[in-house]
Design a protein around this ligand. Structure first.
Ligand SMILES: Cc1cc2nc3c(=O)[nH]c(=O)nc-3n(C[C@H](O)[C@H](O)[C@H](O)COP(=O)(O)OP(=O)(O)OC[C@H]3O[C@@H](n4cnc5c(N)ncnc54)[C@H](O)[C@@H]3O)c2cc1C
Length: 571
């Protein structure tokens, strides 16, 4: 078995793990991050996209509110390339009680969350689509954050400082000797090999899977309750700012404008297994109706994709284990030396993507204390290299870039303005990347057509690169790999479209099928070989991939387009 050695093994390549890797690297330690799939393919790539101002928690969870407000400022500085400073509004809709808004403004003062009441007229001028019946409005410093770009910024920053990141490497065993953690065994999912990594410490940042990973070291009963939430992307930006309902946190009470779309979310239900997240018909209806309360006519715009993620919530003795909505969003650190007699092993879970940096700092501080080292955290001050000297990301930036280069760089995905060179650049940094990996970093196929037009073109570009790069790969093998990758990509995209098949989206899906079947006969391509499956990551363990919904495909026109509270919404 191949053997490596390092100071610290970090398990999990979400925001928390990537933040820990960078923090360790900046304190001068060598670390190896192991991620069983791609970076931010877990919760950090399946979240709502909100850079919290803290406003959401000022009444229900004051500590999280203050942490969010403080980290919000830092995030805008160190991840300028991944954050869009949209600003946000909390509004009291005609359906909401007014008394919560007094608690809200007092809570904001007490928790130091910047918040200013503005007149209803001013709010409607800022956001003309808002429900004209709103009773009060408050401006806050919410923003939008691209989880993939943020995490990759962290990984690249850590790599430049000597750290190693191994994606598609699944941790299978955590070993200890004489009461100290000593090594981690992982399985390379692409080459089918095992690797042993000798280490002095392990930090488990496996999000909703943290309980499973802790158990590999013999630390049983780490109670991370996966709290499933669904989100729906609408086909364009319906507001300039993040729009929140000024009520106790509830389902479907936030709309985030992110890149080219608006995202409504989310629900919150405890689930057993974070690998299988169902998307229920009722929840889709519930989200669309909730959007209508904030923005009348919301349901008339096209819903283009739905997905689910699982919050890594640590079980809170104050609330029942199925009530994830009311569990604290605060972070929890477990020192397995103290808890289980496994010195040098820590688990961190809970928190928010907005507070990832603080979580990383706190767990690395705990490790420093264990080692008796005095190396302070410096992640607060130094921007990740990809963001250095940049103003915060704006949605129009890509358009400006494409307009400059359009004569020599063809656009492959028109919805998200992804060019040939963007795909080629990613493949030169990650020769093993599949179409889904490219999507996560470029947004290819994430706009209104959901890959209908661009997936085949992008696969063609990638096929050329695969052939150019691989001396030993023959044409048949490269074709096998490309068509396996395309099939995987279109299947994954369809998972998120299937629960929304009504109206225009149904027509779009039919067009998509005609193109894929009619021009490519995709269902009758030769069966993929095992090496092609491995090379493309089609491993049958794409976690987070929703199972086909329990309920039937939504029937044409299931949603009342006239009333915000139709029968289904009242359930
Ligand atoms: C529906 C929803 C909406 C949310 N919205 C927001 C929001 O708008 N703003 C916000 O700030 N926060 C939001 N959150 C919370 C936020 O997304 C999470 O707190 C955060 O992403 C958790 O990051 P993480 O790194 O701890 O976990 P993850 O991102 O889940 O990372 C854990 C990683 O561990 C990997 N892993 C698991 N097992 C193994 C193994 N055996 N070997 C190797 N790797 C392994 C997984 O593949 C995964 O990539 C939301 C969460 C949900 C569910």
């Amino acid at each position: 078995m191949k053997t490596l050695s390092t100071d610290v093994v970090v398990v999990g390549g979400g925001a928390t793990g990537a933040g820990i890797l960078r923090d360790l690297a900046m304190r001068g330690f060598h670390a190896i991050l192991l991620e069983r799939a791609d970076i931010a393919q877990g919760t950090s790539g399946r979240f709502h996209g909100l850079l919290h101002s803290g406003g959401r928690y000022v009444v229900s969870d004051p500590r999280s509110a203050t942490e969010c407000a403080e980290e919000n400022l830092i995030m805008r500085r160190i991840h300028a390339d991944a954050v869009e400073e949209t600003g946000g509004l909390f509004v009291v809709t005609p359906e909401d009680p007014l008394d919560f808004s007094d608690k809200f403004i007092n809570g904001a003062k007490d928790t130091n969350v910047p918040c200013e009441e503005i007149s209803v007229a001013q709010a409607l001028k800022m956001e003309p689509r808002l429900n004209p019946g709103i009773k009060r409005a408050f401006a806050v410093e919410d923003g939008a954050v691209d989880g993939w770009r943020m995490c990759w910024g962290l990984i690249e920053s850590a790599r430049a400082l000597g750290s190693l990141t191994l994606t598609y490497h699944k941790v299978t065993e955590i070993l200890s000797e004489n009461g100290n953690v000593s090594a981690v065994i992982c399985h390379n999912e692409r080459t089918d090999e095992d690797i042993r990594i000798d280490c002095r410490a392990v930090i488990n940042a496996a999000g909703p899977w943290a309980g499973q990973v802790a158990a590999m070291a013999g630390a049983h009963g780490v109670d991370v309750v996966p709290g499933r939430g669904i989100m729906i992307a609408m086909n364009h930006r319906l507001s300039h700012r993040v729009i929140n309902r000024c009520i106790h946190p509830a389902d479907g009470d936030i709309i985030v404008p992110a890149h080219t779309v608006s995202i409504i979310g989310t629900t919150d239900k405890a689930v057993e297994n974070p690998d299988f997240l169902e998307i229920e018909h009722d929840e889709v209806i519930q989200m669309l109706n909730a959007g209508e309360v904030l923005i009348p006519g919301f349901k008339k715009s096209r819903a283009i994709h739905v997905w689910a993620g699982a919050r890594p919530l640590v079980k809170d003795s104050r609330v029942s284990s199925t009530d994830t909505r009311h569990m604290s969003r605060g972070m929890a650190i477990i020192d397995h030396g103290e808890r289980d007699g496994i010195a040098g092993m820590f688990t961190i879970a809970g928190g928010k993507l907005t507070t990832y940096r603080l979580m990383a700092k706190n767990v690395v501080d705990a490790l420093m204390e264990h080692w008796g080292e005095d190396r302070p955290c410096i992640t607060e001050t130094e921007a990740v290299p990809s963001a250095q000297g940049k103003r915060t990301h704006r949605n129009s930036d890509r358009l400006a870039k494409v307009e400059k280069t359009r004569d020599h760089d063809s656009v492959i995905c028109e919805c998200e303005l992804v060019t040939r060179s963007m795909i080629e650049e990613q493949l030169s940094a990650q020769p093993e990347a599949n179409l889904d990996d490219v999507r996560r970093q470029t947004r290819l196929g994430m706009g209104p057509c959901q890959g209908t037009f661009c997936a085949i073109r992008a696969a063609g570009v990638m096929h050329e690169v695969y052939r150019r790069n691989s001396e030993h790969e023959n044409n048949a093998a490269a074709a096998d790999r490309t068509s396996t990758m395309l099939r995987l990509f279109t299947t994954n995209r369809f998972d998120g479209v299937y629960p929304l098949l009504y109206g225009e989206q149904m027509r779009e899906a039919a067009l998509n099928q005609w193109i894929l079947q009619g021009t490519l006969d995709i269902d009758h391509l030769p069966a993929p070989s095992e090496p092609a499956k491995q090379a493309t990551g089609d491993l049958g363990l794409l976690h987070g991939r929703p199972q086909p919904p329990k309920t039937q495909v939504i029937k044409p026109q299931p949603v009342s387009m006239t009333s915000a509270t139709n029968e289904e919404g009242d359930k």
